[in-house]
Design a protein around this ligand. Structure first.
Ligand code: GUN
Length: 283
């Protein structure tokens, strides 16, 4: 069993980016919009990680915290001001989730696709699906790059993804198919989930339930990728954990991601890389 060390791979990517940015005439700029709400408490931690990574490599981050009371049209107007003034920023992301009264789809699609370093705009989503040059959703892209870093070729492999979101499951299915994998998307309505998982060569899980994936879900020698970031309150101190019963599943696998230190740092590294890419087009 080998750990897929996302933290180490992300560090290498960030180091290479830092070297490139050092030689640029100005720093790339990333704007992060964080709309405050009860659900945005974990978002603040994710945003903090993005700020830390950006600072390390020489990207300027402009975090805009907006009160929960903002209306959808006001938020869209606010984003519009950046869309029209490309000298203000190279990349713009809206941290998700948004408060319930705001339609995420409308907001994400109001971002100029050139600024869309999260790859969530339908134009970028469509280009990703079509296997064309695009900004790619960072978590899905980060998983592909993590596998690539370990020389894992997905060609012909049975890849099962338990997540059907626009952020993870759907774009990951596209990227996997574009790399010749045989892909199945599974979700809460899927029948025979355990049996499906048992035939996976590569199992990707993003469910949000600690210990959801147990040893008897995993074929001997499978690769397991855990996208979830859950809080486990069962012990004395709350801990971050994924969906996988890591201790028991680990011996059954050929490769496995830890949580934390697996997919999470790769997501951040991809955001940095795409911000640099957007900067190169905008400079
Ligand atoms: N919320 C959870 N993951 C993400 C992400 O990759 N980008 C943004 N903007 N919000 C998220």
């Amino acid at each position: 069993m080998t750990l897929l060390d996302g933290k180490a791979v992300a560090e290498k990517i960030k180091k290479e980016l830092k070297e490139k940015i050092k030689n640029e005439p100005r720093k790339p700029i990333l704007t992060v919009i964080l709309v405050e709400s009860e659900e945005s408490i974990p978002s603040k931690i994710y945003v903090r990680n993005k700020i830390k990574a950006a600072k390390e490599i020489g990207i300027d981050v402009n975090v805009i915290e907006i009160p929960e009371t903002i209306q959808e049209d006001e938020l869209i107007d606010f984003i519009g001001a950046y869309n029209e003034r490309l000298y203000l920023t190279d990349g713009l992301i809206v941290q998700l989730p948004l408060p319930k009264h705001i339609n995420e789809h409308k907001v994400l699609n109001s971002i100029n696709p050139r600024l869309d370093v999260d790859g969530f705009h339908v134009e970028n989503a469509g280009l990703t699906l079509a296997n064309k040059e695009s900004m790619k959703p960072c978590t899905a892209y980060g998983i592909m790059r993590l596998l690539e870093a370990y020389n894992i070729d997905v060609t012909g492999k049975k890849v099962k993804i338990i997540n059907r979101s626009m952020i993870v499951g759907k774009p990951l299915a596209s990227l996997m198919m574009n790399n010749n994998a045989t892909v199945t998307i599974l979700h809460s309505k899927s029948e025979n989930l355990k049996e499906e998982c048992l035939t996976a060569d590569i199992l990707v899980t993003g469910v949000g339930i600690p210990n959801f994936i147990k040893r008897d879900y995993i074929k001997k020698g499978a690769i397991v990728i855990d996208v979830a970031i859950n809080r486990d309150y069962s012990g004395f101190k709350p801990k971050i954990c994924g969906d996988v019963d890591f201790k028991n599943v680990r011996p059954q696998t050929s490769f496995i991601t830890p949580v934390p230190g697996g997919v999470g740092p790769m997501t951040v590294a991809m955001l940095m890389e795409q911000t640099y890419k957007a900067y190169l087009k905008n400079k």
